[in-house]
Write a protein that binds this ligand. Structure first.
Ligand code: PMM
Length: 298
């Protein structure tokens, strides 16, 4: 793991091997090649449209493009592996060929391996290696940066597992166990990225507690990725006061930017978002502000 020269506050202290290293929190743009994601409702399901969307996000300043072929919304059914491969591989290949750093959002070792061959530089595994026993050995052998997210089971039944004594302490303990498993499998520590898994076996209050105490996740000593974008806990916070109806997913980007600023200020390495333009501005402001705040404390 390398340390930035002078990160200040609002920029990461740690960077994973081989990925871009701007002096600010990175922005990961979401490219969901799925028919049913809650946040973009299948708009990029066609591979050509997904590639065009990814290229647009890259032009807008995304540091990494996260290509996923499996919806993880609560209750979602899993696609067969062949279908997941059919969705993601052409998109990963084209975006990587265009020079974009590409991440593949998958829980399957076979998909991860094929995506790495197609040019992916990062594997984003929302199960942290729990869904597929072949994943950790593959990542050890590949030497590619690897996101270990906090996870307690597949989407179909995950909200039944949202039971915690102290959600932050429990998530930190469970992530620590996943780090131990990853290191034991032979993954290099400078390839590991951690993610508290907002919305995965978590209710709204759990997500807010994890954000408010994000420093406890950062203190585990690995770069931290935060995926809050457009999630339902934001929709509930911003519900229409007269009807009680949650704010629709595509009207949650200002709230997402606020979360990105606060996550960056707590030392997040990267934020995973749909609206790249507002997020890049937000993390640039946070980094610039943080330099002054750090200087004032010298
Ligand atoms: N959230 C989603 C999908 N993939 N990956 C990581 N590492 N962290 C997340 O929080 C995360 C993820 C679900 O959100 P989407 O439907 O907007 O992609």
């Amino acid at each position: 793991m390398s340390t930035a020269t002078r990160p200040g506050q609002g920029a990461p202290a740690l960077y994973p091997r081989g990925l871009p290293r701007p002096a600010r929190t990175l922005v990961m743009g979401v490219v969901n090649v799925t028919p049913d994601s809650f946040s973009d409702g299948g708009r990029w399901f066609d591979p050509e449209r997904a590639v065009a969307h990814g290229l647009a996000l890259f032009d807008e300043g995304a540091d990494i493009l996260d290509v996923g072929g499996e919806s993880t919304r609560p209750g979602a059914a899993r696609p067969p592996v062949e279908e997941e491969l059919r969705r993601v591989l052409p998109v990963v290949r084209e975006l990587a060929a265009a020079g974009a750093p590409v991440s593949v959002d998958t829980m399957r070792a076979e998909v991860a391996a094929r995506a790495i061959e197609a040019g992916a530089m990062l594997v984003n595994d929302v199960s942290g290696g729990l869904a597929d026993p072949a994943m950790l050995p593959l990542m050890a052998q590949a030497g590619t940066p690897y996101v270990v997210m906090h996870w307690r089971g597949h989407s179909a039944g995950m909200q039944a597992n949202a039971l915690y004594d102290d959600v932050v302490a429990d998530v930190v303990d469970e992530l620590r166990l996943r780090v131990e498993a990853a290191l034991h499998a032979g993954i290099s520590p400078d390839c590991l990225i951690l993610d508290p898994g907002l919305g995965f076996a978590k209710h709204a209050d759990h997500n807010w507690q994890l954000l408010g105490r994000l420093r406890e996740v950062v203190a585990l000593g690995h770069p931290v990725l935060v995926g809050a974008a457009r999630k339902s806990f934001l929709g509930h916070l911003l519900a229409d006061p007269s009807t009680g109806r949650p704010r629709p997913a595509r009207q949650r980007d200002a709230a997402t930017s606020a979360v990105s600023v606060l996550a960056a200020a707590q030392g997040a390495w990267c934020v995973r978002v749909h609206d790249v333009v507002s997020t890049v501005d937000a993390v640039r402001v946070t980094a610039r502000w943080g330099l002054e705040a750090a200087a004032a404390q010298l």
